[in-house]
Structure formats: structure tokens, C-alpha cells
Design a protein around this ligand. Structure first.
Ligand code: FO1
Length: 339
């Protein structure tokens, strides 16, 4: 792969595009750090305005009276070239003075909000208090950061992931951050999903898409909540777009986070085949890692085309390379369907 990374003033990476049809409209479904990395790769190889990212908001919660949207912020900071490269979440170069002061007041600071990151939560909360929707607040923030893609929350209505464990039912951030996703997961609930709807912006983006990419995010708690919103599956099924997923499981392990442990405890096969089985009816194609090439026939048996490549995103070049491979695979599948 010989893509050349171009560093612009605001640190957003753009590449010499080798996408077979650069006019394509692309929608990516994403949540968390893996999703954000692929979204950045897609943004780097697509023309401005071609990419819409539909983001999981079921991790959202309130802290210190503020509305925190961790996955929106992870995607937003990554696309703006501002993300902390060590954690994948939060802002590069952030400091922790506010948190230290909260600790001095004797408060529990298990969820680490940086000083600069706080500005995002303060603004979002203020905009929501003024009656603006989460979509409007997100567009305000992403425009201010000059992000050349559209970032859309999956819904303007609240959906909340609850994790069932032998210790009881836990709020998502309690399970994920405070308890370091160490508990065995026996079930997952998306509270509010049956009365939440995808926004009109999300439905329209899906309708107009040529390729829909399921990012290599956790299929249960990142992509799962997006699919659980009332009418989202139907919208994806109705779309004439080619739908392609990238497996977040490589060689039987999750690239990051608790996906492998979660798949296992919920009775799924911990492999790209297990992930394909979860999405099955929604997929035309799946991108799997070279390490898992031997799994291709089992996925193809489900009626899903397979593309095998290197899926580990260790730097900007490999994010862009995976994005390019995925898009060209999807575009080729679309051409075949229309031939
Ligand atoms: N993840 C952590 O593991 N520890 C944290 O203290 C933490 C703080 C945090 C603050 C803002 C933000 O936007 C995200 C943050 N995350 C933190 C990440 C996060 O909550 C999870 O990665 C996602 O919810 C799962 O996708």
C-alpha cells in the first residue's frame, strides 16, 4: 500500500484517493475507539462531504450534571485529529486539574474527564438545555472543529445500555470503566430502544448511501445499540447500498476491549464467523484479517462475500489502507449486483 498521508493545518489526515468511484456516498456505523479509527481512515480517502458516521449513543450518561456522549466524542476528536493517541478516547495533551479538585472535594473520579474535554460536555449540555437536539448539538461541535464528515447520533431519544452480570445489572460505564469490563456478561439490555427512532438525517443518509460500512466496533455493545433502535434494521434492509462489515475479532481475540469475552459469555463463536452470524441478514460482504483467511468459506456459506486483508490499524496509513480496501470491495460488490 503506497498511499501518501497529507498532514493539513488542523492535523486532519487526507490521502491521495484510490477509491474506484470517488462520487460514492458512504455511511459508517461506529462506536468507540475501533470505529473511530476506521472512520478516520474513511475520511482520509474520501472527498469532503462523502462520509456520514452514525454513532452509538447508548453509552451516554450524566456526570457532574453534564451530558457525556463518549462515542460521539471519540469519533469527533479522532476525525478532527485531536484524539489522545495513547487511550484512543479524550484529547491529546489534556490535563486533569478539574478532576484533581473534584478529588479534593472528596468526590469519586473513576471516570476521567480532562480539562479541555470538559468544554465539550459543558457546551453540549448547554445546547441540550436550550432545546437543541443531540443531532444539532453534535453538528455545532463538529462544524466548529472543521470536520469534513457528518457525525450523526443514532437517535435524538435516549437509549441506555445496561449490562447483566452475576453481580447484578450494571450501568454501561460502571461495567466498562469503573469495573474495567472484568465482569462476566450474561445479558445486555438497550433501555429505551423500543421507543427511540433513528433521526430523519440518519434515515436519509442510509437511503442515499452507496456503501454502508459496519466498523470494527464491538458488535454487541457498540453496533448492537444502533441496530436496536426502532426502524433502524428496516432502514438498512430497505437501502439499496452494499453493506460491508469489518470483523473486530482477529485470530480469536478482540483488537481492543471486551468483545471477545462478551461474545463467549453470550454463547457466540469468538471469531469473524461469530460476528458475521450476528449481522447475517444485514450483510452483503465482510472484511476479515489475513490471519483468519481459513474462515472465509464458512462466512461465504451464509451468503456473505469475503475480502481478506490486513485489518490491524496501527497508524494513519493502515487506517486509510483498510478503508480503501473496504470501500473498493463494497463498490465492486455493488457493480456485480447491478451487472
Ligand atoms: N474510558 C476509560 O477506560 N476510562 C475513562 O476514564 C474514560 C473517560 C472518558 C471520558 C470522556 C470520553 O468521551 C470517553 C471516556 N472513556 C473512558 C472512554 C469510554 O467511556 C469508552 O471507551 C466507551 O464508552 C466505549 O466505547
Amino acid at each position: 500500500m503506497t498511499s501518501q498521508v497529507v498532514h493539513t493545518e488542523n492535523n486532519i489526515n487526507r490521502q491521495q484517493s484510490k477509491i474506484q468511484n470517488p462520487k460514492s456516498k458512504i455511511v459508517a456505523l461506529a462506536g468507540g475507539v475501533g470505529g473511530a479509527k476506521l472512520a478516520a481512515g474513511l475520511q482520509a480517502v474520501l472527498p469532503e462531504g462523502a462520509l456520514t458516521i452514525v454513532v452509538n449513543t447508548a453509552d451516554d450518561f450524566r456526570l457532574w450534571g453534564l451530558h457525556i456522549s463518549p462515542d460521539i466524542d471519540t469519533v469527533m476528536y479522532t476525525l478532527a485529529g485531536l484524539a489522545n493517541p495513547e487511550t484512543g478516547w479524550g484529547l491529546a495533551g489534556d490535563t486533569w486539574k478539574s478532576l484533581e479538585m473534584l478529588a479534593r472535594y472528596g468526590r469519586d473520579t473513576w471516570f476521567r474527564l480532562g480539562d479541555m474535554d470538559l468544554a465539550t460536555h459543558i457546551l453540549r449540555t448547554q445546547m441540550l438545555h436550550e432545546g437543541r437536539s443531540l443531532t444539532e448539538a453534535t453538528t455545532d461541535l463538529t462544524s466548529s472543529l472543521s470536520i469534513p464528515s457528518r457525525v450523526l447520533p443514532m437517535s435524538n431519544q435516549p437509549v441506555e445500555t445496561l449490562v447483566e452480570t452475576p453481580e447484578g445489572t450494571l450501568d454501561f460505564q460502571d461495567y466498562f470503566v469503573r469495573r474495567r469490563h472484568a465482569d462476566t456478561v450474561t445479558g445486555v439490555i438497550f433501555r429505551g430502544a423500543d421507543s427511540a427512532h433513528p433521526t430523519s438525517e440518519v434515515v436519509e443518509a442510509i437511503e442515499q448511501a452507496d456503501v454502508i460500512v459496519f466498523c470494527p466496533s464491538n458488535p454487541i455493545v457498540s453496533i448492537g445499540p444502533i441496530l436496536s433502535v426502532l426502524g433502524m434494521r428496516e432502514s438498512l434492509e430497505r437501502s439499496g447500498a452494499v453493506r460491508v462489515a469489518i470483523s473486530p475479532i482477529v485470530g480469536g481475540e478482540a483488537i481492543k476491549g471486551p468483545a471477545a469475552h462478551m461474545l463467549q459469555s453470550l454463547g457466540h463463536e469468538v471469531s469473524a464467523v461469530g460476528v458475521a452470524f450476528i449481522y447475517k441478514a444485514l450483510l452483503d460482504g465482510m472484511v476479515i484479517d489475513n490471519l483468519d483467511a481459513n474462515l472465509a468459506p464458512r462466512i461465504e456459506e451464509m451468503g456473505i462475500a469475503v475480502h481478506v486483508t490486513d485489518t490491524i490499524m496501527k497508524d494513519d496509513e493502515s487506517r486509510a489502507a483498510l478503508a480503501e480496501q473496504t470501500l473498493n470491495f463494497g463498490i465492486a460488490l455493488g457493480k456485480k449486483a447491478h451487472a
